[in-house]
Ligand binder design. Structure first.
Ligand SMILES: [Zn+2]
Length: 77
């Protein structure tokens, strides 16, 4: 019998949004407590990179972009 690992927070999130999570979607714990799988504590991120934004400290002085800023002419992007 095949064994399938199901993460509880994903099941709770799926019940909250009444659909299955899509490939790549990540469930984030808003209060940072991974064991707290109450619906209020879960937020669905569309990708791992969106999820990563939640784990940056807000208003951090040493904000680090995903990649170094590149300069082209006078435009920074
Ligand atoms: Zn998270």
């Amino acid at each position: 019998m095949p064994y399938k690992i199901v993460y509880l927070h994903r099941v709770v999130a799926e019940q909250t949004i009444c659909r299955k999570l899509r490939m790549g979607e990540v469930v984030h714990h808003l209060n940072g407590i991974a064991e707290d799988n109450s619906a209020d504590n879960l937020e669905i991120c569309s990708s791992a990179s969106v999820h990563r934004l939640h784990h940056r400290k807000p208003h951090s002085d040493n904000f680090q972009p995903d990649r170094p800023l590149e300069r082209e002419g006078d435009l920074w992007f």
